[in-house]
Ligand binder design. Sequence first.
Ligand code: ADP
Ligand code: MG
Length: 343
Amino acid sequence: ASTPGRRQIQRLPDLLISQIAAGEVVERPSSALKELLENALDAGATTLTVQLEGGGVDLIRVIDNGCGIARDELALALTRHATSKIASLDDLERVGTLGFRGEALASIAAVSDLAISSRQRDAAHAWRLRARDETASEPEPAALAAGTMIEVRELYRNTPARRKFLKAEATEYAHCAEAVRRIALAHPQVAFTLSHNGRSGLHLPASDAAGRAAALLGEDFLGESRALEAAAGGLRLSGRVGLPAQARTRADAQYCYVNGRFVRDKLLAHALREAYRDQLHGSRQPAYCVFIDIDPAAVDVNVHPAKTEVRFRDARSVHQFAFHAVQRALAATPAHLLGGETT
Ligand code: ADP
Ligand code: MG
């Protein structure tokens, strides 16, 4: 007999392991959506349709026109630690896809009612599989254009503790819309549509970097920003930095990417803040979208399951490089466009 507080060591059941992992990967509906969008992009999709209901809690549906999944791999796609993106530590060190951990679909499936339909380009029809509580049905024939459709229903249906922390529907939807914007900004050549409860949210036709930035950051942003273009020592910086006239009271237009992945990085945020220091005073927040391209071997993206954190091998030189490139771009600003603090 065991004393209170001390049980025998046991291996956790698979479903529980996935539910625990889901706590990190699927913090809220927008995090599930982000994973689904990344999968679609990794599959080479050029058109993404997102349909949400109830802030994403009732339904997240993502339809893409990517490469699709073979019938016999559908069940595997929902299995933990199953991925088509890396096969070795070597691959991991130089990973170029957005995903690689092979746990997003398994985590989402563990806390929802998930259906996946997919059709490879040369297949006669699609196959559909449904999973609930880690029990997947046999694939059944289904109708779908080439690509993949994932439907996530009743998110957190079996994890009431997490469900309690969800915010109002409008808030969860706002987070979902932001997840789409973040990804759309880095993939201007991909068309995105987003709807919520049947109402249109975002409609972004395929475009170029400037067109997408204008669509998401405002038409004024193009005229009131400077293009970044710098390269040195295997690092490349591109994107646009908003002039003081584009500064806002809230830091809600600050987008940083490393190798196409949206990141929240203290080091980069600091470099940018410093670069803006002479131009922006007080509490005004700059608007920018900055893309850093770096040798994948020089950055570690495997820091957190959500992959929004990175570690640079040579953090100092990345900081210096970003700081100088942004400062230079801002300094090239004609005098009459400076000091737009009054807006
Ligand atoms: P990861 O993206 O880290 O590989 P996921 O759990 O997100 O792990 O997905 C598991 C696998 O399922 C992927 O490696 C990929 O092969 C396949 N997959 C998932 N979503 C799609 C999609 N939209 N189109 C094609 N294949 C997909
Ligand atoms: Mg993935």
